[in-house]
Write a protein that binds this ligand. Structure first.
Ligand SMILES: Nc1ncnc2c1ncn2[C@@H]1O[C@H](COP(=O)(O)OP(=O)(O)OP(=O)(O)O)[C@@H](O)[C@H]1O
Ligand SMILES: [Mg+2]
Length: 259
């Protein structure tokens, strides 16, 4: 199982959008996908339409080892499963901090289900919290979506800086797959000046991490998310380009057999 974490240290940078659409895209390609909602806001859980029921174990119970990981996983659709989150995930912060090895907890929990899935996609929270650290600690690949704006540039820099420091301390063995500019704005064939400036700075500052193709500013992303489908299925395969590039990179790097 290849584990990919979507992380970016500011709100609204496209983490949940990227994680959800990448997970659905991979499932559509026939990969067995596990989505892990590692954000107490539980947006991924919401978008995957998971119906909570009383006492249902979530990521919190899995992290605390109150249940084995497979008991916190629920089928969503063919090839797609979810380890959900709820508000209560905040309670994991103290547990992870006290454990002294918080960064490796999620990675260790996921080990027992390695054979059941081809890919695990983790949606990280926007804060540099213990849950964020364990989400990065579990990653082999990290995708950094960052808004094509000065806020996005800042989010990208803070995220790369955190990953660098974690890599030096052994808290993250993952590599940065790349930075995805998010909500890149074009008017016809002209890129908005703020988007152009921000994307240029991202390209310079992200190096040696690659800058991947942008997710364009478009209502269609929200529509695909709300309908629980992919961009291709609502007639916008071109908008899926950044996801196809990510999957191509991973396919070559990990020599995935074609589904
Ligand atoms: N391509 C797009 N163009 C414009 N808006 C978009 C696009 N994709 C997603 N959005 C909207 O941008 C907002 C932020 O996206 P998203 O929730 O993925 O960010 P996030 O990084 O997960 O946020 P948070 O830090 O709060 O978890 C959402 O309201 C979403 O509907
Ligand atoms: Mg989110």
């Amino acid at each position: 199982m290849l584990t990919i974490t979507c992380a970016s240290l500011a709100g609204g940078q496209g983490k949940t959008t990227t994680a959800t659409l990448l997970g659905r895209y991979l499932a559509r390609c026939g990969r067995r996908v596990l989505m892990v909602d590692a954000d107490p806001q539980a947006s991924l859980t919401f978008y995957l339409n998971w119906e909570e029921f009383p006492q249902a174990p979530t990521l919190l119970e899995v992290l605390r080892q109150q249940v084995p990981p497979h008991q916190g996983i629920y089928p969503i659709s063919a090839h797609l499963s979810l380890m959900p989150a709820s508000d209560a995930l905040d309670e994991a912060q103290v547990f992870l901090a006290d454990s002294g090895m918080g960064a490796t907890v999620l990675k260790r929990r996921l080990q027992t289900i390695q054979q059941k899935f081809d890919v695990c996609v983790i949606d990280a929270p926007p804060q540099r919290s213990q849950v964020c650290l364990t989400a990065l600690g579990a990653a082999q690949e990290v995708l950094i979506p960052a808004e094509a704006s000065s806020k996005g540039v800042n989010s990208m820099m803070r995220t790369l800086d955190l990953i660098n420091r974690l890599q030096q301390d052994g808290g993250c063995e993952g590599q940065v797959t790349g930075v995805i500019p998010f909500r890149d704005r074009w008017i016809g064939r002209t890129q908005a000046s703020q988007s152009r400036r921000s994307v240029e700075i991202m390209r310079e500052q992200a190096a040696p991490a690659p800058l991947l193709p942008s997710m364009l500013e478009s209502e269609q992303f929200k529509k695909a998310m709300d309908l629980g489908t992919t961009l291709s299925e609502i007639g916008y395969p071109d908008l899926e380009h950044p996801l196809t590039v990510v999957v191509d990179i991973l396919q070559r790097k990990y020599l995935w057999p074609m589904p």
